[in-house]
Design a protein around this ligand. Structure first.
Ligand SMILES: [Zn+2]
Length: 404
């Protein structure tokens, strides 16, 4: 067959599978409308996808007149994924899921992320490999044999060859993909955690309605993901979006990155918790002290919100300050990118959050009126505990062209 025709066919198969994943179940007439391809071509291509078990028939479309069209849905049981979520200060979460992120089994394991004399880069990667191997070894044979890819979410810079870099953990371009793929002999894909969440939010939940979107991920670290004309912008070294170290106060406190007054120092979850610890030690926050039972282990963002609601003045001051700085950052982002929409994620955006509400008031004071009238700032819809959905969606995006 002519290679040009073959690649056009491969493109169409991929496109149909993507549409069925995002918008399914769909009928063949739906696919004709959505792709612009002829009914005969859709019939042939869906026949091929059905034969490969990538899609399957799923009942009939409701219709008031005429013959009811058969619906097609994605076969999420085509195979299985191992999804691994690495997040700073949390245990590694590892999941066996179907191809849409439906969890079949999960496990958590603590491993040390930071490289030091007792934890070399090699030891760190081998520890991750051992955790994944042990998890796979614990699965029933039917799942073990059905694993088609491993997807890993990383709280650091993931370069184009999927090596990982983080001054915080002292990862100096560790070739993680290469090592894990070689050890497991399964295709393995890595990406930065904020990008994985953003891809899910923009491509799966929002479905390309807005083409220019900025996604801001607030957690222990802060990351920004920029989609321009629906394309994810990574930059020359794949570090585009490392906005946590943008200085919002040039004379502020020193950050581990070498800069001063970084965004992360005011709005990073760990930094907020460290600030709260300081005034708890000084005995300045009795309400928070009683909420956490005088035990720092219980101190988290939820306890700060609770203390604020019960009238803790020190906590209110801390959260309002975080909100103001978040507003400064949002204004800078809007002036840089002029996006259709900004999506903000993380526990700091929870319902009734003083941080988020203060930020929205602050940003509106700091941008042109014309932008205030049209900019859409929204909270992310992906819930903190649903990270596996986003990792599976990312991995599926990587592997789809090989299975269609
Ligand atoms: Zn910094």
């Amino acid at each position: 067959m002519n290679p040009v025709l073959l690649s056009e066919k491969a493109h169409n198969l991929n496109n149909i599978a993507e549409l069925v994943i995002k918008k399914g179940p769909l009928s063949r007439p739906d696919l004709v409308k959505l792709t612009g391809l002829s009914p005969a071509t859709i019939t042939n291509l869906t026949k091929e996808l059905l034969k490969k078990r990538v899609i399957m028939e799923s009942g009939k479309q409701d219709s008031d007149f005429g013959r009811k069209a058969t619906l097609l849905k994605f076969n999420e049981k085509y195979g299985y994924f191992i999804n691994v979520n690495l997040e700073a200060s949390l245990p590694i979460s590892i999941y066996l899921s179907d191809l849409l992120g439906g969890v079949i089994k999960s496990e958590e394991k603590y491993i040390d992320f930071e490289i030091n004399v007792d934890n070399s880069e090699e030891t760190f990667v081998n520890n991750i490999i051992d955790v994944i191997k042990a998890f796979i070894g614990s699965l029933d044979e039917v799942y073990r044999k059905g694993i088609i890819a491993v997807g890993i979410s990383i709280p650091a810079v993931v370069s184009f060859d999927e090596s990982v870099y983080s001054p915080l953990f002292k990862w100096d371009n560790i070739p993680m993909k290469e090592s894990i793929e070689r050890a497991l002999n399964i295709p393995t894909f890595l990406e930065n955690i904020a990008r994985i969440k953003a891809i899910y939010e923009v491509n799966f939940i929002d479905q390309d309605i807005d083409k220019n979107v900025v996604y801001l991920s607030l957690g222990t670290g802060i990351g920004m993901v920029n989609f321009y004309d629906s394309k994810l912008i990574k930059g020359k070294h794949s570090i585009a979006g490392e906005i946590g170290h943008m200085s919002l106060n040039h004379f502020g406190e020193k950050c581990y990155c070498g800069n001063r007054g970084c965004f992360e120092l005011y709005c990073g979850e760990n930094n907020l918790i460290e600030s709260a610890k300081r005034f708890l030690k000084d005995g300045k926050s009795p309400i928070l002290k009683s909420i956490i039972d005088d035990d720092f282990k219980n101190l988290d963002i939820a306890s700060l919100f609770q203390a604020h609601q019960l009238g803790d003045k020190k906590v209110r001051h801390l959260l309002e300050e975080a909100g103001r700085y978040l507003g400064f950052a949002l204004a800078d982002i809007i002036n840089c990118f002029d996006p259709d929409k900004i999506i903000v994620s993380g526990d700091l955006t929870k319902e009734g959050s003083i941080v988020y509400d203060t930020a929205i008031k602050e940003v509106k004071k700091r941008i042109f009126d014309i932008i205030v009238r049209t900019i859409s700032i929204e909270k992310a819809k992906l819930k903190t505990g649903d990270m596996v959905l986003a990792i599976a969606n990312f991995t599926l995006g990587k592997i789809l062209k090989d299975i269609v």
